[in-house]
Design a protein around this ligand. Sequence first.
Ligand SMILES: C[S@@+](CC[C@H](N)C(=O)[O-])C[C@H]1O[C@@H](n2cnc3c(N)ncnc32)[C@H](O)[C@@H]1O
Length: 344
Amino acid sequence: MLLERLAARDTPGRVLVVDDAYGALAVSLAASSPTVALDSWTARAASTTNHERNACATPGFVDPLDLQAMPDRFDVAVLRMPRALGRLDELLGSISAAMSPGAAVYFGGMAKRMPGSMFVRLETVYGEIDVSRAWRKARVISASVTPSIHTEPRWPVWTAIELAGHDFEMAAHGGVFSGERLDPATRLLGGHVASLLERVGAGGRVMDLGCGTGVLGTVAGRLDPTADIVLVDDSVAAIRSAAATAEQSGVSAESVHAGRLDQVASASVDLVLCNPPFHDDRGQNDEIAWTMFHDARRVLRRGGLLAVVANRHLGHHARLRKVFGRADVVSNDPSFVVTVAERA
Ligand SMILES: C[S@@+](CC[C@H](N)C(=O)[O-])C[C@H]1O[C@@H](n2cnc3c(N)ncnc32)[C@H](O)[C@@H]1O
């Protein structure tokens, strides 16, 4: 539907594609040389592969939150509607600042994932919006950019939290996991960080894998200021949030925007802390956690530890036993399990 909307335009002008999952939009629009803004590292990797397979030059990817810094203005933007209202809100600010007056913006997505609150938000920003009829359960919403567009620059949101005896401010860009509150599973794992650091020894390399807002890595850095903290996430909005959380707390940390640990040397990490994702855009997905566990095992030194918190029903403790040979459950919360696996 999005591609049909673009095809119906007389001249495409300068095209912006935002948060295209696997490159389907960007590859189809390759003849217009679109600017492609993607948050997810995995989406960037998929888009690269699909550009190569379709003999198209791979575009340089842009962070969707950096669009206002682009030198040129766009005449048309196509976006996959984000799942979280906060993500939509922050994207609207970034995109609106990057569009020329009169430019067209098209949001596409599944009707069931577009609650009324998203329409209200779009109407607040654009005034008038056009909502298409649903076709195969999908809709396109069109709007045009007026010079008077006003968005609230309220991102990242800062929340005061306490974790493992440390008070600090948590930064969250729109749509980042658990955003403006501390996730109970994260709190549970946070309570084990001091004893895990003791087991691996002071001054180690500690990775917060799937760091989100970066609270686990930050608390590790507060508990052991001599540790080297590495923040890893597939989402660049998460990496920006985590880096801000750590910096605000006086924790110096390395940030890695990646969905795999290919760039991290084998046997170079002492402790990995992980609250893995349990779903992707299409529903529950165990594969990401499996990949994280295998990658963590490779980057851990002998005797290094992977500590995972997850919903009990996901059964990650059994998966960790398969990957590491042995894994110990160290919590007895009714909803969540903390499992610690040692690299033999
Ligand atoms: C359940 S959240 C946990 C966030 C944070 N650690 C916390 O506890 O609040 C999982 C995080 O993993 C990230 N993620 C998803 N796939 C990933 C991948 N392949 N590699 C690294 N991070 C990933 C998500 O973007 C998300 O921030």
